[in-house]
Design a protein around this ligand. Sequence first.
Ligand code: HEC
Length: 131
Amino acid sequence: MSHNRNMVPSARKPLFRRTAMAAVTALVVAGSALSIFATTDATAANPYAGRQVYQNNCALCHKTGLNAAPKYGNKMAWEPRVSQGKEAMYNSAINGKGSMPPKGGHPKLTDEEVKTAVDYMVGAVGGWPDS
Ligand code: HEC
């Protein structure tokens, strides 16, 4: 009998632990699902997303002015281009122009990512007019 009494609490404990672990696992899974959604939202609204795309894919030419690329932050170089309007600029960046290959040579970038990088670079020279 004393053997039996010992078994009851020790049998309960692992069961409780398993339940607790399942709850923790469920929370972790729910949490990571939430953070995936949060990341997606952040990409659309996050002003740093464009900066990141720029640094990883555009800075090679646009930071230095390589191949006569308009340099980041150089108002004189960007103004006549910006005056073409947003859509024309996005179009050049996505499809290429002169010695700039489409998407800066990074075909894996989505159009949206390229646009955020254009916005980022234009933001550095005063942003889009009337917007
Ligand atoms: C291999 C070098 C190179 C890379 C990488 C590069 N560019 Fe360019 N980019 C250029 C050059 C050169 C020009 C000037 C093209 C011309 O006017 O003939 C240019 C021009 C532009 C323009 C102005 C287009 C216009 O209509 O006047 C935009 C916008 C632009 N780049 C965006 C980007 C974005 C966004 C990225 C990164 C996703 C990027 N570029 C990556 C070389 C590059």
